[in-house]
Design a protein. Structure first.
Length: 460
């Protein structure tokens, strides 16, 4: 009996030993200088620091992981907040997050290949706010963030949101009187006349916020200033993202004044190097109004500046189908300009197919000339055409003969092999032998594997 008891004790001691968190993992996290997301780097590799934190904290008891929330190491603390999020632990979460409102220490943070330096308090609130606080506590914490004039982006987000209440207004105005630009902007949503002079001061503090604030009060009295601003930026040899907010405000007036300013963006008085940015901002502003008022601009922007998207294409298909189909045909003919807008290109190709437009010439042209990103759009839509058409086959052969990019070559080889044509297979083998040395070396094994069936056939 004693022997059995001893064995049981040894067994549970063994289990307990291996169920405890591995302290070496915690050391890895403590040594880290960056709070890393699960996937980091251009190659999207798994973060060793994240994995160590995950493995360590998953072995922690509720008490142990709660203690880590108060660790002296901010990276450890942030990971604790991350991995405690989904645990059903009863605690005074409101006061835990309330105390974080003043935690404005910064931390290095990386996700994929992007780096940031957020406040530790923001990470805590981002991880725990929605899962640990009820609606009443969330509202209370938001008010406290404004009353305490928190430095966190959490407070800035509240100020820049459309959330309103009498208590929030009072706290916001107190902060705005101290010349905080986000608080001054936040007053605009309350649309109180007594705040207009204070809001006007944003012209000199943060003009982008001023343009956004004016959206809450489209005053006629503001138009002369907006026109002067437009005149002042037209000759400049640089552009700013604040122009986007400016044009958004102009579009919101939705009247002859809006059209006057838009016309100025297309005029010869705009710096030629910067004009594409101005009309791009006009596009961003005008496309939000699918009521016909800005249709002439949207048509020009599509046909002359290649600016459109899936929603606009569908809008014009419903409203002016002839224009839309003609515009799509012209766009697909010059598909290379849509390298950064492949969703629109893909939609346009599919639309032509649905409307029974013969796509052979479009595809032949695209296969021969399109850069890799737009080339892939054609490859993904090959089911819309007859791949055995001579024009398509010749286009593929022509591209295959001169290209060296594996992202172009592989789909060409694959699709031509599917035709199972002896003369085409012979062409593929000869092309491969001729161009092999110009292919990227690390892709050769993949090419050999792909072409193995026809290469073997030629050796017989």
């Amino acid at each position: 009996m004693k022997k059995s008891v001893c064995l049981i004790l040894v067994f549970f001691t063994f289990i307990n030993l291996f169920s405890k968190p591995n302290e070496e993992l915690l050391k890895t996290v403590r040594k880290a200088t960056v709070y890393e997301d699960e996937i980091i780097g251009i190659a999207h590799r798994e973060s060793k620091v994240y994995k160590a934190a995950q493995e360590y904290m998953s072995a922690c008891s509720d008490k142990e992981i709660m203690e880590l929330l108060n660790d002296e190491n901010n990276i450890v603390r942030c990971y604790a907040a991350t991995f405690i999020k989904d645990r059903n632990i009863k605690a005074d979460w409101y006061n835990i997050l309330f105390n974080e409102l003043e935690d404005s220490e910064k931390i290095n943070y990386q996700i994929y290949d992007l780096g940031y330096t957020p406040y530790v308090g923001d990470i805590f609130i981002e991880e725990l706010f929605a899962t640990k606080l009820n609606a009443e506590e969330q509202s209370k914490l938001k008010l406290q963030a404004i009353q305490k004039k928190s430095k966190l982006n959490f407070a800035k987000g509240i100020l820049q949101s459309d959330e309103k209440s009498d208590e929030l207004y009072k706290a916001t105005r107190e902060w705005a009187l101290l010349k905080d630009e986000d608080a001054i902007f936040s007053l605009a949503k309350y649309q109180k006349k007594e705040d207009l002079p204070l809001i006007q001061t944003l012209r000199d503090i943060n003009i982008e916020l001023y343009f956004k604030a004016c959206l809450y009060n489209l005053s006629e009295s503001n138009k002369p200033y907006l026109k002067e601003y437009m005149i002042s930026i037209m000759p400049l040899d640089f552009y700013s993202w604040k122009y986007k907010s400016f044009y958004t405000l102009v579009a919101a007036y939705h009247d002859d004044f809006s059209r006057e300013i838009f016309d100025m963006a297309f005029s010869e008085d705009v710096n030629k190097r910067m004009q594409k940015y101005h009309v791009g901002f006009v596009y961003s502003a005008a496309k939000e109004y699918k009521d016909g008022f800005y249709d002439d601009y949207l048509k020009t922007l599509w046909l002359e500046y290649n600016l459109t998207d899936v929603d606009l294409i569908d809008y014009f298909l419903a409203k002016d189908k002839k224009f839309a189909i003609d515009a799509i045909k012209k766009s697909v003919k010059k598909s290379e300009v849509y390298f950064s807008n492949t969703k629109a290109l893909d939609h346009m190709i599919k639309t032509l197919s649905i409307n029974n437009v013969n796509l052979t010439d479009y595809f032949a042209n695209g296969i021969k000339k399109a850069e890799v990103i737009t080339f892939e759009v054609y490859m993904h839509n090959l089911d819309l055409i007859d791949i055995q058409n001579k024009k398509i086959i010749n286009a593929m052969k022509q591209r295959l003969s001169k290209d060296t990019n594996q992202h172009v070559l592989f789909p060409l080889y694959e699709n031509l092999m599917k035709l199972n044509d002896e003369s085409i297979n012979e062409f593929l083998v000869e092309t491969y032998k001729k161009n092999r040395d110009s292919y990227t070396s690390w892709t050769i094994p993949d090419f050999e594997k792909l072409l193995e069936p026809i290469l073997k056939e030629r050796k017989k």
